[in-house]
Design a protein around this ligand. Structure first.
Ligand code: SDX
Length: 388
């Protein structure tokens, strides 16, 4: 049956839950068994052995690179780190109350003005733009972080990895190698996740044959929401509101009693523990001995939230920890401010968005679902003078 054409009894699926709209070879999210694969490699194996640069190549090109291929890819990434001066002025000019995600979205949407071949649409052109976007998302987000802290722009350092360069541009000094390794891991874990809302939004825009800059701008706008990428910042805000571990149970019970959502829990696909959350949780636990009292306190709260929510809603409603629960304490441990968490999610996810666009454009089909109209029809038009 063609959905929607049956006006008598349309098959409406709220939130498109469980609806397949295309095939993809980029990632598999197994919500029943709590498994995640990028191009067939388990997230655990990539977290243990890979780097963000290598994962970007894997997602976009579809295979792990040889040493020569990775070196060439990395050189191209490093060559794209600089931000066009007018884009830097946009970032520094948005000194009002705009959320950093709005500054990121605005800066990204200005990029095509400084790309001579912005609208060239061959696969090679879109590959070039993908590499530029992966690289620039890091520099732009670091520049936003500097503006937020009232400090001047720090030019990129081509000798550093993507993660280390981000921390260098954000803090203005060479990062602790352990911090850079932790950030590299977080970038890998957030890089791709099938047709999540922001990737879907990117594809809806790309499916009209709009350009890659416009499509990823839509992705940034979508990722911002607290039900999606914004949950990492919201989850940490909740932990700070809880304040002390012993307040956790009362806070959660009050919130659930008011039908509020506990940020960092639940997922449209995972009906068990999010495999990324497991990796982040174990990273956070390894950090405890050399973490600040604040990070240790946040961790203790997160672990009590985890225990309580699994007991109360895990087995009964399939609401388990997701990627955003433990991310905040980890980012805090490497000196990232909460309102930069979601822009950092975008820094991770840009290779996923680009990989899906390149794949979808191979067999493009306009994404245009139906609504079932339930309003009146053929109402008689009344001139304004006769309306009451
Ligand atoms: C990400 O899709 C992806 O892959 C996303 C992502 C990625 O990598 O791209 O994995 C990243 O976005 C992770 C999710 C981050 N969001 C949050 O942590 C926000 C809190 N979580 C939720 O709001 C919720 O779990 C969603 C939005 C993530 C998923 O919700 P669904 O599948 O739309 O389910 P629902 O909102 O219909 O909830 C079903 C029931 C409801 O209760 P009832 O009305 O049936 O009584 O479960 C309840 C909800 O109220 N519920 C929660 C809850 N999540 C769902 N109750 C309390 N706390 C929660 N977190």
């Amino acid at each position: 049956m063609i959905v929607g054409m049956d006006v008598v009894n349309p098959n409406i699926v709220p939130g498109l839950q469980g609806v397949y709209f295309t095939e993809s070879k980029i990632s598999d999210v197994d919500g029943t068994n709590g498994k995640l694969y990028y191009r067939g490699y388990s997230i655990e194996s990539l977290a243990k052995d890979s780097t963000f640069e290598e994962v970007c190549y894997l997602l976009i090109e579809g295979k792990l690179p040889t040493a020569k291929e990775l070196k060439n890819f990395d050189t191209r990434l490093k060559g794209e780190r600089e931000i066009p001066e007018p884009v830097l002025s946009i970032i520094n000019g948005m000194t009002g109350k705009a959320h950093p995600m709005d500054v990121l979205r605005t800066a990204v949407s200005a990029l095509p003005a400084y790309d001579r071949k912005a609208y060239a649409d061959s696969r090679e052109d879109n590959l070039r733009k993908s590499i530029a976007l992966v690289s620039k998302f890091g520099s732009i987000t670091a520049a936003i972080g500097r503006r937020m802290s009232g400090k001047g722009y720090v030019k990129p350092d081509p000798s550093l990895t993507h993660a280390a360069n981000f921390l260098y541009m954000l803090k203005g000094k060479a990062p602790d190698p352990n911090d850079a390794k932790i950030l590299d891991l977080m970038l890998i874990l957030h890089a791709e996740h099938s047709s999540n809302a922001s990737t879907f939004s990117t594809l809806v825009t790309g499916s009209t044959l709009s350009d890659i800059y416009a499509a990823v701008t839509a992705g940034v706008a979508t990722l911002k929401g607290p039900l999606h990428g914004g949950a990492d910042e919201a989850a940490l805000k909740m932990m700070r509101e809880i304040g002390r571990p012993e307040n956790t149970e009362r806070y959660i019970n009050d919130a659930l009693g008011k039908k509020e959502r506990i940020m960092g829990f639940g997922h449209r696909v995972y009906r068990t523990y999010d495999p990324r959350a497991r990796i982040i949780r174990s990273t956070l636990e390894k950090l405890q001995n050399h973490s600040s009292p604040e990070v240790r306190n946040l961790t203790a709260i997160a672990l009590r939230e985890e225990k309580m929510m699994i007991e109360k809603l895990g087995k009964t409603k399939g609401i388990w920890p997701n990627v955003d629960l433990f991310s905040g304490p980890v980012y805090t441990s490497i000196g990232i401010e909460p309102d930069l968490f979601t822009p950092l999610f975008a820094v991770s996810r840009i290779p996923g968005w680009c990989a899906h666009l390149l794949e979808y454009w191979e067999h493009d089909r306009l994404l245009r679902p139906l609504e079932s109209y339930t309003g009146p029809l053929d109402i008689k038009y009344v001139p304004i003078g006769k309306r009451r």
